[in-house]
Every structure is written in structure tokens, then in C-alpha cells.
Design a protein around this ligand. Structure first.
Ligand SMILES: NC(=O)c1ccc[n+]([C@@H]2O[C@H](COP(=O)([O-])OP(=O)(O)OC[C@H]3O[C@@H](n4cnc5c(N)ncnc54)[C@H](OP(=O)(O)O)[C@@H]3O)[C@@H](O)[C@H]2O)c1
Length: 283
């Protein structure tokens, strides 16, 4: 049985992806921010499919210390079961209305939407290596048209929450590009799924009245989260790893010209410093 770890699996896109993958016979380990959301998601998945192979762990992935803690738990869990990881889906994400930082002092959208994935993937690389695994990032069309603010990546000097969100999704895409540059030859491949506009509550959580009401209106034009779930399943199901990179509706799609090897290497350097790790030393 192939094991897939999904962050942000308690609701929205992550939950529907977990549901579809368990239906297709994958073993799913879901991560959510609280014990309550995890237990509720696990119950709902088992109600849908009583024979689903699924278990959840909770961690506040916004905090890098929590990412390190849960990575250790996941490694122990995987060692005790199959010993490897077929796919890691870095999907947990948030939207903010104003500048908010984590305990480590990092801007919250940057920290959860990108940095947590950067660190978690690093920690799980040995398990991914064993199965020549796949890393799937949840991206967004909104990454197009922005650049990385290299001199102030947390945007602390002039904060714009929408720009911070878009930049975090550009970083997700650059991260996947950099992973392929470094590890595709070793058998680990990374992809980005652009889900499109999806009807979830992401803009209604911990946001101010304005963002809340704009999102409440906008989300009604979105598709059901079960739609983008099909693209994650498509990327997991191909026996021979797909050669594309950026996917929308199970098809390759165009991405920003800013997504270059040079920018990916620059992001790796910066993020390695923020996380205190070195990807070059991973194997
Ligand atoms: N909806 C869209 O139109 C859209 C479009 C493009 C991209 N996306 C991306 O899709 C991804 C999933 O979002 P969604 O729309 O499905 O929203 P969602 O339903 O709000 O899902 C967000 C998920 O992230 C988890 N999460 C939030 N904060 C966390 C934390 N501190 N630690 C651990 N997990 C945390 C949530 O878990 P808990 O419930 O346990 O907190 C939940 O499972 C995000 O990366 C988002 O940027 C969404």
C-alpha cells in the first residue's frame, strides 16, 4: 500500500484529496492544526469509507518548532509501518488581513504557506528517497505577476496581505522547481497543483471583516474542493512519474516566468538560513 502525507487535510481541498486517495486505496496520514479538527476529519472520512486507511496528527505548522516535532512523529510512524513515503502533499495554507507573526517572528502566510513545507519536506526526504517519491505543492494562479521581495521577504516594512499570499504561492512554486533541480535525477519529483478558485472557508478564518465578506461573496463562484482533488490523485496515480511540473485540472499549465532555477536557488539559500538546515546534506 502506498502512503501519502497530506498537510491541511482536515477541510477543503486537503480533506477531499484525502477522501479520494483513500477511496483509491492509498494509506493517508493527514495533518491538521488541532486535535479536534483532526478527530472530526478522521471520523468523516471513515463515515464515507469505513475501510479507509487513514490516521491524523495535529501540529501548528505555522511554528517551525512544531514542524520539526511532527516530522519526528511522522518518521517514527512511517518506520513502524512501511518505512517509506510515496507522496507528500504540502497543502496547509492560510490567508491573513494584516501583519501577524509566528512565535519565531516570521510572517504567518510566508511561514505556513511556504516555510513549513520547505522544512517538512527536508525532514521527510530520506523516506521519500526510499520510494522515489513525489512532492506536491498546492500553488495558486495568483503567483503570477509578483516577484519575491528578496530584501524583505516577510514584507514587514510595507505589508500588503494579498501580496504576502501571492508571494507565498510563488515561493511554493519556486520550491518545487528547486527540488526538481536538485533531486529529480535522484528519483524524487516535485509538482505544483493550481486548484483554481475553490469554494472553501480559507478567507473566513482569522481574517478581518473586509476580507471575510469579500471571500464569502467570491467563494460562491468557486468549484467544489472535490474537483482539484482529482489533479492530486492524477499525479499520484501515474505509474511512471509525470514529466510536467505545473498542473491544473489534470493538465499541464503555464506558470510565471519568475520561476527560474536561479530564483529557486536563491530561495533555497534564504529559506535554509531561516530554517537552519542544508538541503545539500540531505543524502
Ligand atoms: N480555496 C481556493 O480558492 C484556493 C485557491 C488556490 C490555492 N488554495 C490553497 O489551497 C490550500 C488549502 O486551502 P483550502 O482552500 O482548502 O482552505 P481550508 O479549507 O481553510 O483548508 C486549510 C487547511 O490548512 C490547515 N491549516 C490552517 N492553519 C494551519 C496551521 N497553523 N497548522 C496546520 N494546519 C493548518 C487547516 O487545518 P485546521 O482546520 O485543522 O486548522 C485546513 O486543513 C491552501 O494552501 C490555499 O492557499 C486555495
Amino acid at each position: 500500500m502506498k502512503t501519502v502525507v497530506i498537510t491541511g487535510a482536515t477541510s477543503g481541498i486537503g480533506f477531499e484529496t484525502a477522501s479520494l486517495l483513500t477511496e483509491k486505496g492509498y494509506e493517508v496520514i493527514g495533518i491538521g492544526s488541532s486535535a479536534e479538527s483532526c478527530s472530526s476529519a478522521e471520523k468523516q472520512l471513515l463515515l464515507r469509507n469505513p475501510s479507509a486507511q487513514v490516521r491524523f496528527y495535529n501540529a501548528d505548522l505555522m511554528q517551525l518548532s512544531e514542524v520539526s516535532r511532527i516530522a519526528k512523529v511522522l518518521k517514527e510512524d512511517l518506520e513502524a509501518h512501511c518505512g517509506n513515503l510515496y507522496a507528500l502533499i504540502n497543502n496547509a495554507g492560510c490567508v491573513r488581513s494584516w501583519y501577524m507573526t509566528t512565535a519565531e517572528g516570521y510572517e504567518q502566510q510566508f511561514s505556513l504557506n511556504f516555510l513549513a513545507a520547505f522544512l517538512l519536506t527536508y525532514e521527510l526526504m530520506p523516506m521519500l528517497k526510499k520510494s522515489r517519491g513525489r512532492v506536491i505543492m498546492t500553488g495558486s494562479k495568483s503567483h503570477k505577476g509578483v516577484n519575491v521581495h528578496w530584501d524583505d521577504v516577510m514584507l514587514s516594512k510595507c505589508y500588503n496581505p494579498l501580496l504576502a499570499y501571492k508571494q507565498s504561492k510563488l515561493c511554493d512554486t519556486l520550491f518545487a522547481k528547486g527540488l526538481n533541480d536538485m533531486f529529480a535525477a535522484k528519483g524524487i519529483r516535485a509538482y505544483v497543483v493550481d486548484p483554481g478558485l475553490v469554494k472553501t472557508d480559507i478567507g473566513n478564518r482569522k481574517t478581518g471583516a473586509l476580507v471575510n465578506s469579500i471571500w464569502s461573496f467570491r467563494k460562491h463562484f468557486g468549484k467544489a474542493p472535490s474537483e482539484p482533488a482529482k489533479t492530486y490523485a492524477f499525479l499520484c496515480e501515474q505509474q511512471i512519474e509525470p514529466k510536467g511540473f505545473y498542473y491544473h485540472n489534470c493538465r499541464e499549465n503555464a506558470y510565471s516566468k519568475v520561476v527560474t532555477s536561479e530564483n529557486a536557488a536563491r530561495l533555497f539559500k534564504l529559506s535554509e538560513r531561516l530554517c537552519g538546515i542544508r538541503y545539500g546534506e540531505v543524502f
